[in-house]
Design a protein around this ligand. Structure first.
Ligand SMILES: Cc1cc2nc3c(=O)[nH]c(=O)nc-3n(C[C@H](O)[C@H](O)[C@H](O)COP(=O)(O)OP(=O)(O)OC[C@H]3O[C@@H](n4cnc5c(N)ncnc54)[C@H](O)[C@@H]3O)c2cc1C
Length: 525
């Protein structure tokens, strides 16, 4: 058992397992907690289940469990006593001790059949004491059947007559029959017996007759009763949901927990399916409701995942130009960058004669070290001291000559201007929002000595249309042409303006093709 799941399903019957199957297949982490008392457990077989007609309830659940487990679903055998809302989900408390956290709950705890308090009824329920003609009618066809009277006694007797010609209605404590009902029962050869039923007669553990007050016994092979269908709603009531009485023809026949057509309850994040929400649902409708709820629940999780991702992205975008953010980023890992010089610097500067160079946004100094090793006197500027320290260490490791050729300057380039000019000014992936970026590039251009080179490289706009890992701040992307346009044509020869393809590195979406905006310009002598 993990500590946190996307979904905890409480109740591993048809509804719960079907929901869990859809959710595990939707790649959700799912825990099913089940206390092993499915409603139809007393029945020998499950009927009206297309494709698995006549399977035992246990077989059906075992294969469902295996299917869910096959997609990574986990199981706990036990009872959930209650659940609590938390800030970002639910705490689910287990009777055996311990708890788990879930982002969403699917509650499929079924119902309890509250049986008439007649000795023998509970023991034979599901075998010879029956409630549902579609579940058992075929199995007792042509047998002597009894109907235990209640508000729907005549209705049930007429219904079960479809399966057997030998039906007796025991009026028991039910209401007096109307003239119409008497006529209908007589027309269908249904006997009516008055008197209160006191018990059942058994022979070899099977029903043999129905005993009336006064000891008369009417031989019967099966007795039909009308349980009261009470939702197993303890977990739901612990979350503040109330049960609703289910009425039929003015009589309360049970209780259920109300939900919308997808199974969503009045508590956000809590779905219900199966008998707990729909007392009439047989196994297939219960399973269908579980699937339906799972799809709605998954859609809700997807919407939340998207919202969280957008928030995270916005937060990152809001802080990506902060000194503190970068400082933390460098401190958090031994190396943020590869240590190699940027590809476009190597491509554009290899042929230049070493002189003085300014490297803005130098990071851990990959470019500065490369330039210094080639004989350049480098001023390397960054606002992250952790990065500068790392660069200085690496320079020292390369040798005293290289180290002596680099001056590490701690400054925020958005408010900094050099007091000397350089033979090469290089800005590699120095991304800022539009206005501060344009102001910086203007200052950088002014820092190029006559005959010197301005080299500006950045992520091209078109990367936003690829799967490259780029922060979605369109304003911070630029083209080489935009930079070229900002230069005074009378003072500059623009030598390169390209959207140059490059195979992306590991951290930016390995393997795909991205484009670098590359501007190289030479200030006239
Ligand atoms: C005798 C009988 C025979 C039936 N025969 C048929 C038939 O032939 N065909 C048919 O289609 N339908 C039949 N039904 C109806 C069938 O049982 C239901 O349609 C079906 O069980 C509903 O599925 P469910 O998942 O909603 O609930 P259930 O199958 O009852 O599953 C609910 C599960 O939740 C668990 N649970 C409850 N509370 C907790 C808790 N707090 N913590 C952990 N676990 C909990 C229970 O142990 C149970 O395993 C029959 C019903 C009865 C009573």
């Amino acid at each position: 058992m993990d500590e946190k799941y996307d979904v905890v399903v409480v109740g591993g019957g048809a509804a719960g397992l079907s929901g869990a199957l859809a959710l595990t297949r939707a790649r959700r982490s799912v825990l099913v907690v089940d206390d092993g008392a499915p409603r139809n457990a007393p029945a020998g077989h499950v009927h009206n289940y297309l494709g698995r007609e006549g399977a035992t309830p246990a077989e059906l659940l075992a294969s469902g469990r295996a299917e869910v487990a096959g997609y990574g679903g986990q199981f706990v055998d036990g009872r959930v006593t209650r659940a609590e809302r938390m800030d970002d989900g639910f705490l689910v408390v287990l009777e055996a001790g311990g708890s788990v956290v879930a982002r969403r709950l699917l509650i499929t705890t079924g119902l309890v059949d509250e049986l008439p308090d007649i000795p023998g009824v509970a023991e034979l329920f599901g075998s010879d004491v029956l409630h549902c003609p579609y579940c058992h009618g075929w199995e007792v066809r042509d047998q002597p059947l009894g109907i235990l009277g209640g508000p729907f006694g005549a209705h049930q007797a007429l219904m079960w007559r479809q399966w057997s010609a030998d039906v007796t209605l025991f009026q028991h404590t039910g209401p007096a029959l109307t003239d119409d009902e008497r006529e209908q029962l007589a027309a269908r050869d249904i006997a009516v017996v008055t008197g209160v039923v006191e018990g059942l007669e058994l022979d070899g553990g099977r029903l043999s007759g129905v005993r009336l007050a006064g000891a008369d016994v009417v031989p019967r092979r099966a007795l039909v009763v009308s349980p009261r269908f009470t939702a197993r709603a303890g977990v739901l009531t612990s979350l503040g949901l109330a049960t609703v009485p289910q009425e039929m023809n003015g009589h309360v026949v049970g209780s259920y927990v109300a939900a919308d057509p997808t199974g969503a309850t009045a508590v956000a994040g809590v779905w219900v399916a199966g008998n707990v929400a729909d007392l009439r649902a047989q196994v297939i409708p219960a399973a269908a409701a579980g699937l339906n709820a799972a799809a709605a629940l998954n859609a809700d999780l997807i919407a939340e995942d998207v919202r969280l991702a957008v928030e995270a992205r916005r937060l990152m975008a809001a802080h990506m130009f902060d000194e503190e953010t970068w400082e933390e980023r460098y401190r958090a890992q031994p190396a943020v960058w590869s240590g190699r010089p940027n590809a476009q610097l190597v491509a554009e500067a290899s042929a230049l004669t070493p002189g003085s160079a300014l490297d803005v946004g130098c990071g851990e100094g990959g470019d500065a070290l490369w330039l210094a090793a080639r004989g350049w006197q480098v001023t390397a500027v960054d606002f992250a001291t952790a990065a500068l320290d790392r660069g200085a260490e690496r320079a020292a490791a390369l040798g005293a000559d290289v180290a002596a050729r680099i001056r590490w300057v701690h400054a925020d380039v958005t408010g900094w201007a050099p007091d000397v000019r350089f033979d090469l000014v290089s800005a590699q992936f120095m991304h800022l929002p539009g206005e501060p970026r344009r102001a910086l590039f203007t200052r950088l251009a002014a820092a190029v000595a006559p005959g010197g080179t301005l080299l500006v490289v950045g992520h091209h706009h078109s990367d936003l249309e690829t799967s490259a890992h780029r922060v979605h701040v369109p304003d911070m992307f630029f083209t080489a042409e935009e930079v070229a346009d900002s230069l005074d044509g009378g003072q500059w020869d623009v030598l390169v303006t390209e959207a140059r393809p490059r195979t992306a590195g590991e951290h930016e979406g390995a393997g795909i093709t991205v484009r670098d905006a590359v501007l190289r310009a030479r200030r006239r002598d």
